[in-house]
Design a protein around this ligand. Structure first.
Ligand code: DGP
Length: 114
């Protein structure tokens, strides 16, 4: 999508600190980290604005995303625990409408979240 921030990050016209990638997924550091490890995982293709638009045909992409998150967590030595979060809608704090998942770790993560 021409006007999407994360599509521009995928395309490289907006720089990012890339952590890892697969065929379908790009992982890069959040510009405003909420934890020592805060990585965003996004499908390279703009397949959904948020998780509410996902369905069966996105299964392979989601499996790849979760698998890559686990690899990044292992490399970052997040043995104390880590969290995946996806915000749906402005009321939940979503500010970029290209489906993405936050990987958070490196500090105690309270539950339930605030
Ligand atoms: P959300 O609030 O769930 O839509 O998460 C969007 C995240 O994207 C937010 O934590 C900040 C991050 N972000 C916004 N703009 C940029 C950017 O230009 N570069 C990077 N790396 N992250 C960004």
């Amino acid at each position: 999508m021409a006007d999407c921030l994360f599509c521009k990050i995928v395309g490289g016209s907006i720089p990012s600190e890339r952590v890892a990638e697969t065929e379908r997924i790009l992982a890069f550091r959040d510009i405003n980290p909420a934890a020592p490890t805060h990585v965003l995982l996004i499908p390279k293709e703009h397949v959904a604005d948020s998780a509410e638009q996902l369905h069966g045909e996105h299964g392979l992409m989601l499996a790849e995303l979760f698998g890559l998150a686990a690899e990044i967590a292992a490399e970052a030595h997040l043995e104390e625990g880590w969290r995946l979060v996806t915000n749906v809608g402005a009321g939940a704090g979503q500010s970029v409408f290209h489906f993405h998942v936050h990987l958070l770790g490196g500090r105690p993560l309270g539950w339930p979240p605030g």
